[in-house]
Write a new protein. Sequence first.
Length: 317
Amino acid sequence: MIGGGSEAAHTIGGGASSIPASPGALPDAELRELEKLVQEALHSGHEAQLVVLGYGEISLVLAWPPENPRFACKRLPSFSDCLRFEQYRRTFDDYLDALRAGGVDPVPSSFRGVERPDGTVAGYVVQPVLPGSSLAPNVLAKANVADGHPLVAAVVETAAGVVGPRIGIDAQLSNWTWTAGRLGYLDVTTPMLWSAGGRPLLDVALLARPLPWLLRDPVRRFLAPRILDGYRNLRGVYFDLCGNLIKQGLEVWLPELLVHVNRHLESPMTIEEVRRYYRSDARLWAALLRVRRLDRAWQRGVRRRPYPFLLPREIQR
């Protein structure tokens, strides 16, 4: 169970805990205040005081400050101690460097933490709140498919330039911004790097932590590595990118996207293959979410314990 009041909590940012937040960054005191609100929501079961910008499958994005958001704070499952947090932070920094070296332009991002009295650490990826008009799904939603849009080719080419045996990327449309003809990349929360021997450098156990304990070890050992491997295989990355168009209600753009995608593939990808992939992927994540909701009901209703994760009400699939 996640412990106690956040008054005694302290912030870890950009390295050792003694290093203050950089000028213009989210102040340490405000990050602690956000985590305090999260803890109150977890213990009470009421989330009305939180402004949620979006839910991922593992993390969620909170706006801060609630009344006039300037920062998007992606909260990860809690780290068991400061050592695990610092290991993740180093991998996070390495991932940003690897993305830039591969031609990807991440939006300004910092990895911050709030250490709680029980020794666990709440990790946050903090980014600026960006105009909704710059988000790639909104850009294509307003564009005319008959005229095309340079964003489509830019995403496909950028993914092709960075994906390889030791680096992966989640190239879904919802992870990109488009400003003044340039792409920005949002989803740096899961640093997908591998060693020369093919070992994930990411803390895979963190991905399994939100699941009931009986499922954590099988997911950590078998399912999570298989899912991650798809992001360092260009065909897998493109399947995910194309399938996300369906999720975003932008399937009308799929034929044009496939034209660009298939220039990089030996075996052309078809619309029906994309639809099958999307249905399978949606079923997997929907099933995992149902399991987590059942676990929350068990923890709260039977064991009378706070459930230590915030879950989405609904995800459009």
